[in-house]
Design a protein around this ligand. Sequence first.
Ligand code: OAD
Length: 258
Amino acid sequence: MNPPEGHLSRQVAGAAFSIPSSLLQALRCARHVTVLTGSGISAESGVPTFRDAQTGLWSKFKPEELATRGAFQRNPKLVWEWYAWRRELVAQAEPNPGHLALVELERRVSGFTLITQNVDGLHQRAGSRDVVELHGNITRVKCFEEDQVVPTWQETDETPPLCPRCGGRLRPDVVWFGEMLPADAIDRAVAASQSCNVFLSIGTSTLVHPAAALPFEALQHKAMVVEINPCSTPLTTRAPYALRGAAGQVLPRLLQML
Ligand code: OAD
């Protein structure tokens, strides 16, 4: 199951490409497949990525004004409203063929772990059962003071709305810059990266740590690492296979050939 020795990243471009047979064979034999997704997998559902030049959220907005604890303390209304806008975008989006292909892959392999950096919940809505969410979920809120999830809340004249328990401000249950990832999620993600035979890195720029370290962790533990992304990332030249294309096209093709 090891990547072929001395094998440089094999970049395969175009929607009609054939998937290398050695990759298909590795997937067929794999006892455990681990998948890491980033915002690119939801791009075809109309959810913007972060760093794509024209369309990425961070090309239009400043993360330090919207995605840190300090930003929320300075301007809670602005931050709440920005996340409310994104929550609405996500509510209107539908899972795409890339999300659905991963549901099918989970059915076909004996051991499967899906790790996502996405907060949009589209994997779960597609039917993926056990999703390791590294950066939280935008559809949930928690109390800024108590750091506890609040199951239901009401929009009132107060923005952000207040915690029904303690009266503190509510915030989205996502990980902001400078915050720790949920310990159980990162522990499971590292363990699954270290124990898998095949690791798929899909639609992520591989720039934000600790998630960005996971494919390299898998490489160190002799997994066959495959990147699916239309653009290069720091992983591209290290991954035995880099399938250049949109996840919504490449993944269904991969499943079709498996
Ligand atoms: P980025 O915006 O950094 O990267 C998105 C990646 O998806 C890029 O490499 C694109 O080339 C690729 N991409 C675009 N369209 C695609 C498609 N149709 N199919 C496959 N790939 C496609 O997003 P992330 O890597 O997810 O963190 O960003 C990581 C974290 O940075 C996010 O979770 C978020 C952000 O700040 C927090 O908010 C904590």
